[in-house]
Design a protein around this ligand. Structure first.
Ligand code: SF4
Length: 376
């Protein structure tokens, strides 16, 4: 079972809402869910499974009835990721699945910007997010108006934004990227726009990590992920002292000095692939808490050292919330059609790029943090 830095059980936190309005664990529920339990048994004790299982059964029944799919991000808790998610992965993988699904309803088990991305790619479908408060510190750090001011300040420089942005920001963007393709997208944009400078927004840490891997001049923004920026280089050194020989895998939203202490840095899918391919004896994933649980299911011979940071936004998505969304149609994500039209182009550009490798990161590069009048 995973614990956050304050020592709380992640699964217990995620299950609180279920405790308050528990459905019954009937024979019918047991019949529908027994085959799912082995995958999550190492994280969810049986007494807790009896709280989750009725929701899992009801959600899977309703998905079939309503032709709905659930897109589950890697940071979802195991009972969501493994037991109700139809497609699982990082932001890029989920965006691709959203673009291809023939379901009528998409339930986004992730945060709001991901649901917006699904709506942009599938405007004719109903896209639901179980909790409208599931935001993101990166997405809320910048607005479309900020981008317009930056374009005036750096004319001719292409705008590359992380997918962790709102639809309004994407509408002002030239090409989107994720942490799995950021370096390649930046270099493509520089070539395509004939510019030695790229505006890479809004994650200042990812920008510095990208800048270390390219000769393109990077202008960034003072945004950050509130989960990954809490890790420190001293945390890593402490983990190495506690577990000699441990392999440290870090997400590139962490500060550069954290990545400098890691053995490998990559997106959540890059981290997951690293574990699968290398099967380290002991590993620690320097990212959101649920990631270790979800990767551990497919790697039973790897020992996962579990210190991690919890994303409070991701943890707003719970089984009771997903069930309510399917039952009531709450909360539907709507976006102005003109914004959808403009926001789709940078996502389509990213999805069309023939990217042949995962971006990898090593150390800090020279990114310049931009300031515009609107932000002082
Ligand atoms: S982990 Fe960070 S980047 Fe991801 S949703 Fe949470 S705050 Fe945003």
């Amino acid at each position: 079972m995973a614990f956050d830095k304050e020592g709380f059980s992640i699964d217990r936190k995620a299950g609180r809402e279920g405790d308050a309005s528990a459905l019954a664990f009937t024979d019918d529920v047991r019949r529908k869910t027994d085959r799912l339990y082995p995958a999550v048994a190492q994280f969810i004790p049986e007494f807790e499974w009896r709280l989750h299982a009725p929701y899992i059964a009801a959600i899977n029944d309703l998905k079939a009835e309503k032709n709905a799919v659930i897109l589950a991000h890697n940071y979802m808790t195991p009972e969501i990721f493994h037991c109700v998610g139809d497609y699982a992965g990082d932001s890029l993988q989920l965006a691709k699945e959203a673009a291809q699904t023939d379901a009528d309803i998409i339930v986004q088990a992730g945060v709001h910007f991901m649901a917006e991305t699904s709506k942009i790619l599938c405007p004719e479908k109903t896209v639901l997010i179980p909790d409208m408060r599931a935001g993101c510190s990166l997405a809320s750090s910048i607005t479309g108006a900020d981008i317009r001011l930056l374009k005036e300040k750096y004319p001719g420089a292409p705008v590359v934004t992380y997918v962790n942005t709102t639809a309004d920001v994407k509408a002002e963007t030239d090409v989107c990227c994720t942490s799995s393709n950021a370096v390649e997208v930046v270099e493509w944009a520089a070539r395509e726009w004939g510019s030695d400078t790229v505006l890479f927004l809004p994650d200042q840490y990812l920008a510095r990590n990208v800048a270390a891997m390219t000769d393109v001049r990077i202008i960034t923004w003072a945004g950050s992920c509130e989960v990954h920026e809490r890790f420190t280089a001293e945390d890593i050194r402490e983990m190495r002292r506690a577990t000699p020989g441990v392999i440290v895998l870090a997400h590139p939203e962490c500060p550069p000095d954290v990545l400098a202490e890691a053995d490998f840095a990559g997106s959540t899918s890059g981290i997951s692939n690293y574990v699968k391919e290398n099967q380290p004896r002991d590993v620690v994933l320097i990212t959101e808490c649920s990631m270790s649980d979800n990767v551990a299911v497919e790697n039973p011979n790897v020992n996962f050292v579990r210190p991690c940071n919890l994303c409070p936004h991701m943890k707003r998505i719970t089984l009771p919330g997903i069930l309510r969304a399917l039952q009531t149609g709450e909360h539907e994500v709507t976006i102005d059609p003109e914004i959808i039209r403009r926001a789709r182009a940078p996502i389509d550009r990213m999805l069309a790029l023939p990217l042949t490798r995962q971006s990898m990161y090593t150390h800090e590069g020279p990114a310049e943090v931009a300031k515009v009048e609107a932000r002082g």
